[in-house]
Design a protein around this ligand. Structure first.
Ligand SMILES: *Cc1c(COP(=O)(O)O)cnc(C)c1O
Length: 261
């Protein structure tokens, strides 16, 4: 009886084709939207740069979806993108719940400390890249503690590397102090590294990038940690390739993926 069942099962298994040669490797389906195609092109660039520069890991891609509707963001999600960046609190809070919960939201805009409580209620807020004062760091830390959030919230210290008055961010010389404050006083935050926005016209800006490298070096020495342990979020559509060549580990790309705003 058992043997008969076994023989039957084996015949079925054969009939199902399981014993035949393995299928040809699947070629990925062609991208079905302009967003998917643009995303694919950026990914290919990141991969090529990783190989060329022999990077230990491919730079992180934050797809900046500000001003774009949830349906457009969904196209990137369907093409495999999970990390998204927004720079207005309300827009992020409205949009994030319309997308699947495994999206990781990075807040990259200027944050007022009174919005910290609100922003941490988003369960899949993964990172605040724009911490530029003790006040904001403390507000986020407190908000995380009040909200009962389990995982520490990743943050970056934003540095004003262009020297423009209109830019948010701490002066490069003050970055170490803020990083130290976060590491020693803000138990619910995890400082990943430094973030910057280049020059105002968003054109490639090697001076800003060089200032950031020097700033990271100073912070790493001050903390007594290897430079490579501090992430660098720098580079946008116009200059991401150059930023990666200079050591950026995370790029924030909007218009190249989602089109003009
Ligand atoms: C809008 C924005 C970006 C993306 O800019 P693109 O030029 O569209 O790639 C990156 N970082 C920050 C902080 C932004 O506000």
């Amino acid at each position: 009886m058992l043997l008969a069942l076994f023989a039957l099962a084996r015949r079925r298994w054969r009939a199902s084709g399981a014993s035949e040669a393995p299928p040809e490797p699947r070629t990925p389906p062609p991208p079905n939207s302009a967003v998917a195609a643009a995303l694919e092109a950026v990914r290919a660039r990141l991969k090529a740069l990783t190989t060329e520069l022999r990077l230990p890991v491919t730079p992180k891609l934050v797809a900046v979806s500000k001003t774009k509707p949830a349906e457009t963001v969904r196209e990137a999600y369907d093409a495999g993108q999970r990390i998204f960046g927004e720079n207005y609190v309300q827009e992020m809070m409205d949009k994030a719940p319309l997308l699947p919960p495994d999206c990781q939201w990075h807040f990259i805009g200027h944050l007022q400390s009174n919005k910290a409580k609100h922003i941490v209620t988003l369960p899949n807020l993964a990172c605040v890249e724009s911490v530029d004062s003790v006040k904001i760091a403390d507000a986020l830390d407190k908000a995380c503690s009040m909200s009962g959030r389990k995982k520490p919230l990743s943050v970056f210290v934003q540095v004003n590397s262009s020297g423009e008055e209109s830019k948010y961010g701490v002066e490069p010389a003050d970055a170490l102090e803020l990083v130290q404050h976060i590491r020693s006083k803000c138990k619910r935050l995890r400082c990943e590294g430094l973030m910057t926005i280049g020059a105002l016209d968003y054109s490639p800006s090697p001076v800003c990038l060089e200032r950031m490298l020097a700033c990271r070096k100073e912070v790493a020495e001050g903390l007594g940690v290897p430079e490579a342990s501090l992430a660098l979020s720098m580079g946008m559509s116009a200059d991401y390739e150059q930023a990666i060549r200079m050591g950026s580990t995370s790029v924030r790309i909007g218009s190249t993926i989602f089109g003009k705003r």
